[in-house]
Design a protein around this ligand. Structure first.
Ligand code: DOR
Ligand code: ZN
Length: 406
């Protein structure tokens, strides 16, 4: 049994928490607050094919450091995860890497929708958390840029009771936009090349498909005010449309290209301060259901290439909870809201059985984010040098407590 004494619950009451465990352990948690451990529904742990950027050993350590005990991983691997065989091979590799670390991280996998492999979807329906559709091209080769194929995927998903996680940026618009500034070396161009128009059109297609087929959607990384308005409208109509935003869209904006250049290049791109404000309001209004980090590690040697050559994506799994706790210390959201966004809503949307995993946080602890303390293989963060107030101190996974300060 793991016994946690003198811990505060969300309401601020001091309690003793007991969790079933293989070993007997007691933690005196005076000064700490207990939250459900975080689920990160959107990571790219890069296995198979790009393990120089991350694997499930470094990924699992980064997860635990961030108070995360369950992740949902994306299929844009090399090769992309688009067949039952590839899914099985990916699971075998993951399980081996996790067993090397001794961290039994909980995970689910998204399956890649691919025009050439639609018949695979029904075969894997009980082995995945959902289907990932890239409506615009991003890292990797996965792409559904044909409306008919997109609708087929949405129909198959509805028939098989699967949720569609949509990267909603319309490829045709992205292609048009990128012709405008072909020679630009300015990282800010990224936000112009992936203008809001692309996101609006793609999201409208998702909503139309939901009306037509009854498809349940998880709209990834909301980044603009128009998406918030569309999701609000869809929810009011009772459509099964759920929405995620990322820490980077909440805490960074287009202004940050100045400091970070291509390091803060990601898809969808950084947006305006006005969009950021609308995202915050949507978080507090309950239009945005979850925070997914879109943890997309790339090495600095790649990220620091000139614009046009640098890959899109940033790491985020270790800094998400501290950023949210810091925002709470500034009065931007409540502890209850953090728990909804990082755990409860995800369990409910993806029908995950609840468990006793928790994270003990010190709401008053201040620490500076430092690259060399990060567990991700890529070892950098666009939040480095920020002093944040509120940090996880213990992560408890399956009854085993990991002291993050040790
Ligand atoms: O910025 C991004 N990076 N967006 C994506 O859609 C993919 C991700 C990656 O895998 O690098
Ligand atoms: Zn992603």
């Amino acid at each position: 049994m793991l016994t946690i004494k003198n811990v505060k619950n969300i309401k601020g009451e001091t309690v003793t928490k007991k969790i079933l465990s293989d070993q007997d352990e007691m933690i005196d948690a005076t000064g700490l607050t207990m939250l459900p451990a975080v689920i990160d529904p959107h990571v790219h742990f890069r296995t198979p094919g790009q393990e120089d950027k991350e694997n499930w050993e470094s990924g699992a350590r980064a997860a635990i450091a961030g108070g995360v005990t369950r992740v949902f991983d994306m299929p844009n691997n090399i090769p992309a995860c688009v067949t039952e065989t590839l899914l099985q091979e990916k699971k075998t590799l993951i399980n081996k890497q996790l067993s090397n670390t001794g961290i039994p991280l909980r995970y689910g996998l998204f399956f890649g929708a691919d025009a050439g492999h639609l018949e695979e979807i029904s075969k894997v329906k009980n082995k995945i958390v959902g289907i990932k559709v890239f409506m615009g091209s991003s890292t990797g080769s996965l792409l559904i840029d044909n409306d008919e194929v997109f609708e087929k995927v949405c129909k198959i998903a509805a028939e098989n009771n699967l949720i569609v996680a949509a990267h909603a940026e319309d490829e045709h618009i992205l292609q048009e936009l990128s012709k405008q500034n072909p020679e630009s070396k300015d990282p800010k161009t990224h936000s112009k090349n992936r203008d809001r128009k692309a996101a609006i059109v793609a999201l409208e297609k998702c909503i139309a498909a939901s009306v037509r087929f009854g498809t349940k959607f998880y709209i990834l990384h909301l980044s603009i005010k128009e998406e918030v308005a569309l999701v609000r409208q869809a929810k009011r109509k009772g459509l099964p449309i759920y929405a995620e935003t990322t820490p980077h869209h909440l805490f960074l904006s287009e202004d940050d290209y100045e400091k970070w250049g291509t390091r803060v290049q990601m898809n969808p791109p950084l947006r305006t301060k006005e969009d950021q404000k609308v995202l915050w309001d949507a978080v507090n209004e309950g239009i945005i259901d979850t925070i997914g980090t879109d943890h997309a590690p790339h090495l600095l040697s790649e990220k620091d290439k000139p614009f046009g050559h640098a890959p899109s994506g940033i790491p985020g799994i270790e800094t998400s909870l501290p950023l949210l706790l810091n925002a709470r210390s500034q009065g931007k959201l409540s502890l209850e809201k953090i728990v909804e966004l990082t755990r409860i809503n995800t369990e409910s949307i993806f029908k995950i059985k609840p468990n006793d995993d928790i994270v003990l946080v010190d709401l008053n602890k201040e620490k500076i984010v430092e690259d060399n303390l990060l567990k991700t293989k890529c070892r950098w963060s666009p939040f480095s040098d920020q002093n944040l107030k509120g940090w996880p101190v213990y992560t408890v996974l399956k009854g085993k407590a990991c002291n993050l300060d040790a």
